[in-house]
Design a protein around this ligand. Structure first.
Ligand SMILES: CC(C)(COP(=O)(O)OP(=O)(O)OC[C@H]1O[C@@H](n2cnc3c(N)ncnc32)[C@H](O)[C@@H]1OP(=O)(O)O)[C@@H](O)C(=O)NCCC(=O)NCCS
Length: 254
């Protein structure tokens, strides 16, 4: 019986970023543990200083590996060396690439890490936010939702139990975080000031502002299909875009 060709063989060595595509890179950090020293050497002085401030080695390792992978992935779009990429930070902490031009102009990204996993989302000419969370069985979903989410969201969570309740909580949480990160406003926009409304046919969702009841026209959200222990979402400015998922190893980025 002939074996189907491995689809990764067909991939170009550089990902081509169509303005209507959103690339989401799924990174399993332990796979890159052997790269920690070389990734650390590529960090900026600021990033290195942040890395030294972590109290636990586990958190330092997660920071270095996810920032190393971010640089590695972006270097392919920017056609530059990972260690040469420079970042600026917005008023609420949103990072952006400094000084890209030519083919790499307009590249936007968002980074999220949780436990052993990181996501890097990349788009061209539109803002983007991504969030991943490792589900924790001990999290008190309803209490957290009642404290931080919009009332309609905590009421929807209250109607569910067990796994279904936890699933909805994490879907809402990651969608809300992705939107905040896309907008770059961080928690300066309270989590209760807007609600997530899932489309009749998942994985799409929209944002409704709690106070005015108006829909946020400029942004759309999509929940991501990830391994069972994770929840994730991407929020992207504008419409008419498609999510494509990549893994660094498939591009020889390992
Ligand atoms: C910082 C925040 C943007 C996301 O934090 P988070 O979900 O804990 O962490 P993530 O790994 O998803 O994202 C962190 C990355 O987002 C980026 N980031 C930081 N501030 C950002 C901002 N204002 N906008 C967009 N991206 C931002 C950075 O790349 C950061 O990586 P780094 O810290 O390693 O440099 C912010 O929304 C936050 O602090 N959230 C708290 C989460 C929480 O407690 N939620 C309660 C739910 S019940």
């Amino acid at each position: 019986m002939s074996r189907a060709p491995d689809p990764t063989f067909a991939l170009p060595s550089f990902p081509v970023l169509d303005p209507r595509a959103v690339h989401v890179w799924f990174c399993e950090l332990p796979r890159y543990a052997g790269r920690q020293a070389s990734f650390a050497a590529q960090l900026s002085d600021d990033e290195r200083a942040r890395a030294t401030r972590f109290a636990f080695n586990r958190d330092r390792r997660c920071f270095i590996l996810s920032h190393g992978l971010l640089r590695l992935v972006l270097s392919r779009y920017l056609r530059s060396e990972p260690g040469e990429i420079r970042f600026a930070v917005g008023p609420h902490g949103k990072p952006a690439i400094l000084g890209s031009s030519g083919e790499s102009e307009g590249i936007r990204f968002s980074l999220s890490h949780s436990g052993d996993y990181a996501l890097v989302a990349v788009a061209r000419g539109r803002e983007i936010g991504v969030d991943v969370e490792a589900r924790k069985a001990e999290v008190e979903c309803l209490k957290l939702a009642e404290r931080f989410f919009a009332p309609a969201e905590s009421q929807a969570i209250a109607k569910l139990h067990g796994v279904a309740q936890q699933r909805l909580f994490y879907e809402l949480w990651t969608a809300k975080e992705a939107y905040l990160k896309g907008r770059g406003v961080g928690l300066s926009l309270g989590l209760d000031r807007f609600e997530i409304l899932f489309d009749a046919s998942p994985p799409g969702a929209r944002v409704r502002l709690t106070e005015s009841g108006a829909f946020e026209q400029g942004w759309h959200i999509q929940t991501l299909s990830l391994p069972e222990q994770l929840a994730g979402a991407v929020a992207v400015e504008g419409d008419d875009w498609t999510v494509l998922r990549y893994e660094p190893a498939a591009y020889g980025l390992s």
